[in-house]
Design a protein around this ligand. Structure first.
Ligand code: ADP
Length: 265
């Protein structure tokens, strides 16, 4: 296999052995389940691995209106004729790519049913509308993510299906790594990145005090970008890591005070 220059891949800072687990699973044709809060780097990991393995990536952000047809495909009328158009899952199977179903449990139950035969030893996609059955090539891999913090849990995935996956459990990156990510992704200097991450560490425990969604790595990157654009650091933290996450005035005031203290002493 051709060696790939890692610096050309989507930037990803590993926090453990997730790259090995993921690529080994790909080689052994085992699907992967990524658990973790939103904005912690799951999508970036999948983008990195797909580029490293040189396989096409098909990402689907699942939502409660998503149907099996959205994944598999549908007939469309074109110039008076009906034409079958593959959905992203079918394309991934045909082209031997990675299909990443982000927040899969949000999707309707019929979509979950579709992925069962693809995630077990059959590795097959059955397209009811056309009567076609496609055998997935060895490079096809199903990757699903789910946020354990949200209500829906994994009820819709049968235990027998879950058992086919290898799973990676994500939390926020360790401080050093998160600072590195924030500096790289936003362009802020190392000191400011460190302050943003330190502030996040002070805000995240407020989860137990009424803050439903805590600041993710993504929100720190956004705060960093606002700072690079010239915004005051404490204010940038407030508009990116506070106001979007809560309507609770008392919690917001605490975040504002913590941000002020972090940057202005
Ligand atoms: P998720 O898919 O878990 O919701 P993302 O992968 O979209 O989260 O991450 C959000 C953003 O945070 C990314 O766009 C990237 O800027 C940054 N990020 C988070 N974790 C990492 C990481 N380990 N390496 C590089 N960037 C990261």
């Amino acid at each position: 296999m051709r060696a790939i220059d890692d610096s050309k891949l989507p930037y990803y800072v590993a926090r453990g052995d997730e790259l090995d687990v993921f690529t080994n699973a790909h080689e052994r044709q085992i699907p992967v389940l990524l658990k973790g809060p939103t904005g912690c780097g799951k999508t970036r990991l999948v983008e990195h691995v797909a580029a490293k393995l040189e396989v096409p990536l098909y990402t689907v952000a699942c939502h409660d209106d998503l149907t099996a047809s959205d994944l598999i495909g549908r007939y469309l009328i074109k110039d008076g004729n009906t034409e079958w158009i593959d959905g992203p899952l079918t394309r991934a199977v045909r082209h031997g790519g990675i299909c990443y179903l982000d927040e899969v449990v949000e999707a309707r139950k019929d979509t979950i049913v579709v992925i069962h035969p693809l995630s077990d030893d059959r590795r097959q996609l059955f397209i009811e509308r056309t009567g076609e059955t496609i055998d997935a090539p060895p490079t096809f891999q199903l990757v699903i993510s789910f946020n354990p913090g949200y209500q829906n849990t994994m009820k819709s995935l049968k235990p027998s299906t879950r058992q086919r996956f290898v799973a990676l459990d994500f939390d926020w990156p360790p401080m050093e790594q998160e600072s590195q990510i924030v500096a790289h992704e936003s362009g802020v200097d190392a000191d400011t990145a460190h302050h943003l991450v330190h502030l996040a560490h002070r805000i995240r425990p407020l989860k137990d005090e009424g803050l439903e969604e805590v600041p993710s790595t993504r929100t720190l990157v956004i705060a960093g970008r606002m700072i690079v654009a010239g915004m005051d650091r404490a204010r940038a933290a407030e508009v990116a890591m506070g106001i979007p996450l809560t309507e609770d005035e008392a919690v917001l005031k605490t975040i504002r005070d913590l941000a002020h203290f972090e940057f202005n002493g």
